[in-house]
Ligand binder design. Structure first.
Ligand SMILES: [Zn+2]
Length: 192
């Protein structure tokens, strides 16, 4: 089932998300999140982006097998297709020292892209829906997408990580999103 994506201005995007105790409901939620992400042509979606502030996210970069230079699953070389779409809860991340810059966007902040500097190499300790724990080591778009989604679980958005000059350029658009959220809340309270 498609879920409604919430946009910048909604306070749920700024919440520190609760850790997940897995139940069968999370499998249905994961299916919905994957469907919603694909429909919106995203490479990742975090639960707060559909209004649910829990530490759960989906990532799928399988459209571009060349988007990373290495991938290890639990210490062994792995293929992207082996772990995509990746659905995880309660992530813990470790970073290498080297940084990489690339353009990012976000389904909750449509039509805005900006360069974000992030650690290039990532070690992600993730819990899968069956409760098993995996360690993913990677770089490239997968490392970036996982970091972007885990930021969401901490109430952090990519626009918090861009240069002040880039932020100044998008200020008006961001204000518009905030205004639209306020108006949508006002309309809801009238209906009650
Ligand atoms: Zn995002």
């Amino acid at each position: 089932m498609l879920r409604e994506i919430v946009y910048f201005g909604d306070p749920v995007l700024r919440k520190k998300c609760a850790s997940v105790e897995l139940s069968d409901e999370h499998k249905a939620l994961a299916d919905d999140m994957i469907e919603t992400m694909r429909e919106a042509h995203g490479v990742g979606l975090a639960a707060p982006q559909i209004g649910i502030p829990i530490q759960m996210a989906v990532v799928d970069v399988s459209h571009d097998p060349e988007c990373l230079s290495f991938l290890r699953l639990n210490g062994s070389d792995a293929e992207l297709a082996d772990i995509m779409p990746l659905v995880f809860v309660n992530p813990e991340l470790e970073f290498g020292d080297e940084k990489a810059t690339d353009s990012e966007g976000c389904l909750s902040i449509p039509d805005i892209r900006a360069d974000v500097i992030r650690p290039e190499h990532l070690t992600a300790h993730l819990t899968l829906l069956d409760g098993s724990k995996i360690t993913v080591e990677c770089d490239g778009l997968l490392a970036r997408a996982i970091q972007h989604e885990v930021d969401h679980l901490n109430g952090v958005l990519f626009i918090d990580r861009i240069k002040a000059t880039a932020k100044a350029r998008i200020r008006t658009t961001l204000r518009k999103f905030q205004q639209e959220y306020k108006e949508s809340q006002r309309r809801k309270s009238w209906k009650k």
